[in-house]
Design a protein around this ligand. Structure first.
Ligand SMILES: [Zn+2]
Ligand SMILES: [Zn+2]
Length: 155
């Protein structure tokens, strides 16, 4: 998946104080319709690229860290507030970067809808991406390998 994306992947926050570089393609790209991601991004749906933590570098650093839910850590540019990264205890070794930060966003096609059960009723995205009623952690933890299992809606 996303094999065609040009490397390195680069990006920056709104004000440019923080830049990031990823040396490998993301393991997955997913929409997240959950309420938390809506608040974090201010958008009706968020889209994240899931990278191997070791493949991503933030410069000069990852900004300000906020943890409002146990097991979830999110960082934001200390100057402009752009969301930079999310980490989930149940998805160890991965860092989730908003696709909107990335210069190669047009090449990073989401394959997953997470928390489709929380999707805003007026938001309609017509695609064939796999839909999970709740967390797609089982799929994300696969690191992009196809398992052939249908969306089950299990958390
Ligand atoms: Zn900034
Ligand atoms: Zn979410």
């Amino acid at each position: 998946m996303n094999a065609a994306v040009s490397l390195p992947i680069t990006g920056r926050c709104y004000c440019g104080a923080v830049t990031l570089t990823a040396t490998r393609a993301p393991q997955a790209v997913a929409y997240c319709h959950c309420v938390d991601c809506r608040r974090v991004t201010g958008a009706p749906v968020s889209a994240f690229a899931a990278f191997d933590e070791a493949a991503v570098t933030f410069a000069p650093d990852e900004g300000r860290n906020v943890s409002a839910n146990s097991g979830v850590s999110r960082s934001f540019c200390a100057s402009c507030g752009s969301p930079l990264a999310s980490r989930f205890d149940y998805l160890p070794g991965q860092v989730y970067v908003p696709v909107g930060l990335l210069d190669q966003a047009s090449e990073l096609v989401p394959q997953i809808h997470s928390y489709d059960s929380q999707r805003l009723p007026w938001l309609h995205i017509e695609d064939s991406a796999e839909r999970f009623a709740r967390s797609s952690r089982s799929r994300l933890a696969d690191h992009g390998e196809e398992r052939g299992t249908a969306a089950s809606g299990r958390a």
